[in-house]
Write a new protein. Structure first.
Ligand code: UTP
Length: 476
């Protein structure tokens, strides 16, 4: 392999005004020079210019976004995920039985807050089983397949941080029961961080520019580039749902969610959980001038976040839980237009090399990172359908480490146990006080499965006295 000549890479760096990235070129060996040159050549410099422009438009010291104008904005009408509407359920079941629903699992995040050494999907979260998030979520895909007789093609988005470990986990665990042909792994892209003061790119090693994952919105371009949209089309997928790896109660394939999407001829559907505390850090779905979109919690002024309607409900209460459904054709159109998703920036601490080549770990935010958000497709959709689910039934995110007051392994365990106890009770099964139970994701899809489990009569007195994972198949 010839060593890249300084002239060519010098010309490239000079043309984009980033010569400082070659400050340590003279000290790099051939492999290091290749690494740096490959990285610089892989960048989309037009996109980086857009990032730098956005950074320049923000005041570097406060990095505050301009206030949003939300005059006339309101919470859009929301349908219940448990409406019991027979037409809606039928439409959803038919779509699943026709094999026309595909799924994208968003699993590229770095899980910084959780502080777990590995992709979040490999975190053991089952309160009794200790099953990982991947096992639980893939288990529920198996349950859907068993019920409807068709598998759900699954595209899993990883990132540089999670890709290798995710592939290794899937291989070691035989894809958690999924058929490898049912699964497509694709990696989201990265975007360089820029210095908050001068907009320049930063080195975090002599041969490496500091980059960060491009946000869950990176899904659109990365999926298209990996051939994922064609892959869905080739399997007859018309509706694509997306969900996040850190919510074991997620119900992206609920027949009512899919059925509502189909029956309302929506191009974009989204699930929300009613927000009751104004300080909850979730984005809210709002409708303004006929356009529906998500406003991030950081963009919602405190006074508006706390505003109540006459009935005491928060004016902006539709908390987004990042479970969406799209028409595949809508995703195809959006992917064809590189400007579909705007860039967002965040003021963050990014380690960088100083002029002497020493790594500086900044004590306060020094740089901007850039991300795209998938919910920014919402305003482009012709029709948006908003579906409401209670947190107890559909949202228990794992974000924080053990001991945190919210979204921690303990709060997720409790939510899963409470969920199991409630549904067992509805099927006529009592669980003794203080006993942890868990529903096996792969064999118990819904209350129908639980009723059959109860009817099998293998539980003395229909009572559970010991911690247990409730599995349907064993009792049929
Ligand atoms: P979060 O924004 O909560 O990030 O992601 P995170 O990585 O889980 O945790 P922190 O913020 O570093 O502590 C929500 C979902 O979006 C995915 C995550 O994997 C998670 O499923 N995500 C986030 C990506 O796939 N890529 C990204 O660039 C960011």
């Amino acid at each position: 392999m010839p060593t890249p000549s300084k002239t060519t890479i010098h010309e490239l760096a000079a043309s984009v005004n980033q010569l400082h990235l070659l400050a340590f070129w003279g000290q790099l060996d051939a492999a290091g020079r290749h690494r740096l040159e490959d990285q610089l050549r892989s960048f989309d410099w037009n996109q980086i210019a857009a990032c730098q422009q956005l950074a320049a438009s923000r005041q570097s010291t406060t990095a505050k976004a301009p206030p949003l104008d939300l005059s006339g904005a309101r919470t859009p009408p929301c349908h219940s995920l448990s409406s019991g509407d027979p037409a809606v359920i039928k439409a959803g079941r038919e779509a699943l039985a026709a094999g026309s629903v595909g799924a994208i699992l968003v699993a590229g995040g770095q899980g910084t807050r959780l502080g777990f050494d590995g992709p979040k999907g490999t975190f053991p979260i089952g309160p009794v089983s200790r099953a990982t998030l991947f096992e639980l979520l893939f288990g529920s895909l198996k349950a859907v397949e068993r019920r409807y007789g068709r598998w759900v093609p699954l595209a899993i988005m990883t990132s540089t941080a999670t890709d290798a470990a995710t592939r290794e986990f899937l291989n070691q665990h035989q894809y958690c029961g999924l058929d490898p042909k049912q699964v497509l792994l694709f990696r989201q892209g990265t975007l360089p961080a820029v210095d908050a003061v001068n907009g320049q790119l930063l080195l975090d090693a002599p041969d490496h520019v500091a980059v960060a994952p491009d946000g869950h919105g990176g899904m659109l371009a990365a999926l298209a580039a990996a051939g994922g949209l064609d892959w869905f089309a080739s399997q007859g997928v018309e509706t694509v749902v997306s969900f996040q790896v850190d919510n074991p109660l997620a119900r992206p394939l609920d027949p009512e969610f899919i059925g509502r999407h189909r029956l309302t001829a929506a191009t974009f559907s989204t699930q929300i959980v009613p927000k009751t505390d104004p300080t909850e850090r979730v984005g809210v779905v709002v409708e303004q001038n006929g356009i529906t979109r998500v406003v991030e919690y950081s963009d919602l002024p405190e006074i508006l976040a706390a505003e109540q309607l006459a009935d005491g409900q928060l004016r902006f209460h539709a908390g987004s839980i990042a479970i969406h459904a799209f028409d595949r054709s809508f995703l195809e159109q959006a992917a064809a237009n590189t400007d579909s998703l705007p860039l967002h920036l965040a003021h963050k601490k990014v380690p960088f090399l100083d002029a002497d080549g020493q790594l500086v770990e900044p004590a306060s935010p020094n740089a901007f990172k850039f991300e795209r958000f998938i919910f920014d497709l919402m305003p482009l959709a012709e029709r948006v359908s908003v579906v409401e689910v209670s947190a107890a039934e559909g949202f228990a995110p794992l974000k924080n480490p053990s001991g945190a007051v919210s979204d921690s392994p303990e709060t997720v365990h409790q939510a899963m146990v409470d969920y199991a106890r409630r549904h067992l009770a509805a099927a006529g099964i009592t669980v003794a006080d203080g006993i942890d139970v868990e529903l096996d994701a792969a064999t118990i899809l819904d209350d129908d499965d639980l009723r059959q489990f109860a009817a099998a009569g293998s539980l003395p007195g229909n009572r559970i006295d010991q911690p247990q994972v409730v599995r349907a198949g064993e009792h049929r």
